[in-house]
Design a protein around this ligand. Structure first.
Ligand SMILES: Nc1nc2c(ncn2[C@@H]2O[C@H](COP(=O)(O)OP(=O)(O)OP(=O)(O)O)[C@@H](O)[C@H]2O)c(=O)[nH]1
Ligand SMILES: [Mg+2]
Length: 321
């Protein structure tokens, strides 16, 4: 398997080739990663696609929502890729598979590609691998790429840095603390959707939507001039999903028109370059060597200044070359 054949198979829309390339990008083996990198070099990095991040607390209905949204999009002739990033997958093991099975309809659709991604296994973390997977999916002809992640603080920031816009899904209720969702996370949201607005929860959902609207009003919007709308939906009943998509499209069109889309993707790429540099710098370090533990001890007790410790570690790396 050469990068050339892999790239041309991906361009031809081959799913096995796409899956293989993503596996290579996620691999911990240097030779796999370099095959992925060489393949990526042969593929376009920018495409006129929609990259949508969907985040929210565990169990809020992200997968159910994406299943319905995805089917809606497929029905309109789109090709949809879903990358489900689970920052908890390493600890809990099975939860990734759970995600996959929770998109029963989209999982069967030939126009869709669903890929659960284990997080944090390689240097560079969630963002590095998923960013490569996004580009690979686009090269394979998927014009809408959805990245699902469980909101655990840091993961929202990472997903916001991988996508054009971030949808925050929340459940009805939650009271004053708005379900413990941090201000920083709210400020990343381009739109907020209160899911489970059905049955007994419908009324609560309406109040929750008002609460979020009020809270957002007091915050700095992610893009000046764009106030995040708050919508109601029921993924279970399929209500409100079309309206959410209309908003997503409107926001995306606005971002493009303002030149923000291009600027943002450009910034994201530069950021990823530096992430890769940092990962590369760290990769050659013997993480648990005696010298490093001694340096850590010295820094901890104050015998060595942090800057001096960093310098010593970087010198150590140079001496290993
Ligand atoms: N009443 C109601 N229940 C829903 C709705 N959407 C999802 N659920 C239920 O909520 C539960 C969790 O749904 P998921 O789609 O798996 O939630 P998730 O956010 O993807 O969960 P994690 O990926 O584990 O964080 C399931 O039992 C769904 O049936 C909805 O709109 N209304
Ligand atoms: Mg899920």
């Amino acid at each position: 398997m050469t990068p050339e054949t892999l790239a041309s198979d991906i361009r031809a829309g081959s799913r096995p080739a796409l899956a293989k390339a993503i596996t290579m990008a996620e691999s911990t083996l240097a030779k796999d990663r370099s095959l992925a990198a060489d393949t990526l070099r042969l593929l376009p990095q920018q495409a006129s696609t929609i990259r949508l991040g969907i985040s929210g607390p565990p169990g809020v209905g992200k997968s159910t929502f994406i299943d319905v949204l995805g089917m809606h999009l497929v029905g309109r002739g789109h090709r949809v890729a879903v990358l489900a990033v689970d920052p908890t997958s390493r600890r809990t093991g099975g939860s990734i598979l759970g995600d996959k099975t929770r998109m029963p309809n989209l999982g069967q659709a030939p126009e869709a590609f669903i890929r659960p991604s284990p997080a944090g296994q390689t240097l560079g973390g969630v963002a590095a691998n998923t960013a490569e997977a996004v580009v690979l999916c686009e090269a394979a002809g998927f014009n809408i790429v959805i990245v699902e992640t469980v909101g655990v603080g840091q993961s929202e920031t990472e997903v916001a840095n991988l996508t054009d816009l971030l949808l925050l899904l929340v459940s009805p209720g939650g009271g004053d603390d708005l379900q413990g969702i941090k201000r920083g996370v709210m400020e990343l949201a381009d739109l907020v959707v209160v899911n489970k607005a059905d049955g007994d929860l419908e009324l609560t959902a309406r109040t929750t939507a008002v609460d979020y609207g009020n809270a957002l009003h007091l915050m700095k919007p992610r893009h000046p001039g764009l106030r995040a709308p708050v919508l109601l939906a029921s993924a279970l009943k399929g209500n409100g999903v079309e309206e959410v998509w209309e908003q997503v499209q409107d926001i995306h069109t606005w971002l493009a028109k303002e030149g923000l889309l291009k600027a943002q993707r450009g910034d994201q790429s530069v950021q990823r370059m530096w992430q890769a540099v940092r990962a590369g710098l760290l990769a050659g370090l013997p993480g648990a060597s005696d010298e490093i533990s001694d340096l850590e001890d010295g820094v901890r007790t104050g015998a060595i200044a942090p800057q001096a410790g960093a310098e010593a570690i970087l010198n150590l790396k140079d001496s290993l070359r």
